[in-house]
Design a binder for this molecule. Sequence first.
Ligand SMILES: Nc1ncnc2c1ncn2[C@@H]1O[C@H](COP(=O)(O)OP(=O)(O)O)[C@@H](O)[C@H]1O
Ligand SMILES: [Mg+2]
Length: 252
Amino acid sequence: MTRIIAIANQKGGVGKTTTTVNLGAYLAKTGKKILVVDIDPQGNTSTGLGVDKNKLKYSIYDVLVEGYKVRTAIIKTDYYGLDLLPANSVLAAAEIELANEGKREFRLKESLQNLDYDYILIDCPPSLGLLTVNGLTSADHLIIPVQSEFYALEGLGQLLATVKRVRQALNCELDLLGIVITMHNQRTSLAGQVHEEIKKHFPDKLFETIIPRNIRLAEAPSYGKPISHYDRFSKGAKHYKKLAREVIRRVE
Ligand SMILES: Nc1ncnc2c1ncn2[C@@H]1O[C@H](COP(=O)(O)OP(=O)(O)O)[C@@H](O)[C@H]1O
Ligand SMILES: [Mg+2]
């Protein structure tokens, strides 16, 4: 059985990509087969997994817009059990090119049918446009990374309204698996406040694991490595490993 998890938040820089890459890596380390799907034209997930986004023969664009078979565009990464459906800036045109197509919200879902993976993780772009809607329409579960900062909850209402619309019209199965606090700085009391605030609004949705701010997590993408391979003894590694265990517990 394949479980599809979208990682979304229309805010940029909240840790979507970092969470996707490292969660993917630690899920793979448990022996599961993982596909990471990049639907952000920035292509950071692809870079973070060591794939040069400027040298792609095929990408998710070819699948979503040109109708290529998904297997044509999937590549193996250097990391055991971890495959990638990459993206690059070409994808930016997709929202416009698909605007008048029928079943445009289902393009991704249809392309991900009958693949042999335990988990498919979809890294969404920082918007609530058609690409994110494709991600949410394809997913069984949603993880929302929230940066530990004063404005953390701003925009969350809009995201949840989109989730509600997607549930009503496109994917009644979509489940909010959890909210994960990222880039937490232990030296400030702000994080504790953010924590309390989220707990108040979503009592049973907050992941117990809180991802700390950790320089090794920020360095790893420039080496094209997940934290599990860049510095597995770092604080960031420890917490993403813990998050992976929590995700498995919630999903399975
Ligand atoms: N826990 C963390 N500690 C330190 N830096 C982080 C952490 N999580 C993400 N970053 C850095 O913050 C920036 C934004 O993170 P990213 O995952 O790309 O966010 P998004 O995909 O939501 O835009 C990146 O430069 C990333 O390396
Ligand atoms: Mg990103």
